[in-house]
Design a protein around this ligand. Structure first.
Ligand code: B12
Length: 321
C-alpha cells in the first residue's frame, strides 16, 4: 500500500494534505534508531499548567520558555494547518559495564555521560522529517530547544506519562529517555493518550535534595540542581550549594528512586551510553578553557563550560564565586 493518498474531488484536484500511514512512520522512526514513537492529534493546549508554572516563578526566568509561550500552546503556530504532533524518544539507560561515578569524584547526570543528545537525536529526527517532506508534508522538527512542550505531547501521543518527578516515564523503558518532537500538517492516525501510572507512589518528592518539587508534576527550577548546575551562569545560592552533595552537572535524584527505572533495559543508541560518569575536583579546577573545549566538545558538559564546572566545584567545596 502507498503511504500517500491523493484527494480527488471529482472536478478539480485540490492540493492534497500528505496522508502518511502511521505504521509506516513508526517503522521509519524505528529504523532510524528511536526506541519509541507516538502520534497525537494537534490541538491548542490548555494554558493553565504552563501559566501556573510561569506565574509561580518556577521557570526561574528561563527566557526561552516564556518567549515562545504562544507557540508552545498552539502547534499551528509552528506549522500552518498542523494536524499531528509526533514524539520520538531514545533511551539513555545504563547497561552492564557502563561507568558509574567514582567514589570521591564529582558526578555527572546520566543523560550527560555520553555524547550530546541534541546532536545524536536531532540527526535521525531530521531524517524522519525529510522523509515526511518527501511525501508532501510540512514538518517542524526539534529536539529540546524549540517551542514544543515535549513531555505534554509525549503523554498525549501515548508513549508515557508525566511522573510526579516531572519526567516522562515509559512502562518498559522508565524515564531515562530523551525526546524530540515533529509538528506536521500530515493527517496521521493518532495514538491514545497514556494514563498516569504513578499511583500512590511519591518517592521522588522527598528524594529531591533541594525540595524542588513543590507539587507533583511541577518542578521549581529556582531550586532544581539541574537548573543551577547546567543553565544558570551566576553563583549558586548558598542554601542550595550546601545541598549539592557531589553533583557537578545535572541531577538524577528524583529519577534514581523511581521504581519504573529499576528494570529499564540498556540504551540501544551507543552514542548515548555513558563514557565519563564523574570527574575529580582537582581535575576540574585545573582546566583551562582550551582544555575544557578539547575534552568536552560534543558532550552536554559544554553547556556549563569550563567556568560553570569550576563554579559548581567551588560551590560543592563551600566557596562562593
Ligand atoms: C526548561 C527545561 C528544564 C528546566 C525545568 C524543568 C521542568 N520540569 O520544566 C530544568 C533546567 C530544571 C530542567 C531539568 C531537567 N531536564 Co529539562 N527541559 C526543559 C525543557 C527545555 C522545557 C520544559 C518546559 O517547557 N517546562 C515548562 C513546564 C511548565 O512544562 P513541562 O515540564 O512540559 O510541564 C508540563 C507538566 O508539568 C504538565 N502537567 C502538570 N500537571 C499535570 C498533570 C497531568 C495529569 C498532565 C497530563 C500534565 C501535567 O503541565 C505542564 C505544561 O504542559 C524540556 C524540553 C522541551 N522542549 O520540552 C527539557 C526536558 C524536559 N528536560 C529533560 C531532562 C533530561 C532534564 C533532566 C533530567 C536533566 C538532569 N538529569 O539534570 C532534569 C530533570 C528535572 C525534572 N525533574 O524535571 C528531558 C526530559 C525527558 C523525560 N524523560 O522527561 C527534556 C524533555 C529534554 C529532551 N528533549 O529530552 N529542564
Amino acid at each position: 500500500m502507498s503511504v500517500l493518498e491523493k484527494i480527488d474531488t471529482g472536478d478539480t484536484m485540490v492540493a492534497p494534505k500528505a496522508r502518511i500511514m502511521s505504521p509506516a512512520l513508526k517503522a521509519r522512526a524505528r529504523e532510524l534508531g528511536f526506541d519509541l514513537c507516538g502520534i497525537a492529534r494537534a490541538r491548542k493546549l490548555d494554558p493553565a499548567r504552563l501559566d501556573r508554572w510561569i506565574s509561580r516563578g518556577w521557570d526561574a526566568g528561563l527566557s526561552y520558555v516564556r518567549d515562545r509561550r504562544e507557540e508552545r500552546l498552539d502547534p499551528s503556530k509552528l506549522v500552518k494547518g498542523a494536524s499531528s504532533v509526533i514524539v520520538v524518544a531514545a533511551s539513555y539507560a545504563p547497561g552492564p559495564g557502563d561507568p558509574e561515578p567514582i567514589t570521591g569524584q564529582l558526578a555527572i547526570a546520566r543523560y550527560a555521560r555520553g555524547r550530546d543528545y541534541h546532536n545524536v537525536i536531532l540527526k535521525p529526527a531530521r531524517k524522519l522529517a525529510a522523509w515526511m517532506r518527501g511525501l508532501g508534508a510540512q514538518v517542524y522538527c526539534e529536539v529540546d530547544t524549540g517551542a514544543v512542550l515535549e513531555k505534554t505531547w509525549a503523554q498525549e501521543a501515548g508513549i508515557g506519562w508525566i511522573g510526579k518527578n516531572g519526567c516522562l516515564i515509559n512502562e518498559r523503558l522508565g524515564s531515562w529517555l530523551l525526546l524530540g518532537a515533529l509538528v506536521t500538517d500530515a493527517a496521521l492516525e493518532p495514538d491514545a493518550p497514556h494514563p498516569d501510572r504513578c499511583g500512590d507512589c511519591a518517592l521522588c518528592i522527598p528524594a529531591c535534595p533541594t525540595d524542588a518539587i513543590p507539587e507533583p508534576r511541577y518542578v521549581d527550577a529556582t531550586k532544581c540542581i539541574a537548573y543551577h548546575t547546567i543553565e544558570h551562569r551566576d553563583p549558586i545560592p548558598e542554601e542550595l550549594a550546601a545541598r549539592l552533595g557531589n553533583r557537578l552537572f545535572g541531577c538524577d535524584a528524583c529519577q534514581d528512586v523511581c521504581p519504573w527505572n529499576r528494570r529499564a533495559p540498556p540504551a540501544t543508541l551507543v552514542q548515548l551510553r555513558a563514557r565519563t560518569a564523574s570527574l575529580a575536583a582537582e581535575d576540574v579546577l585545573s582546566l583551562t578553557h582550551d582544555e575544557a573545549r578539547r575534552r568536552f566538545e560534543g558532550t552536554p558538559l559544554m553547556r556549563a563550560g569550563r567556568d560553570g564546572l569550576v563554579r559548581t566545584t567551588l560551590a560543592i567545596r563551600g566557596i562562593r564565586t
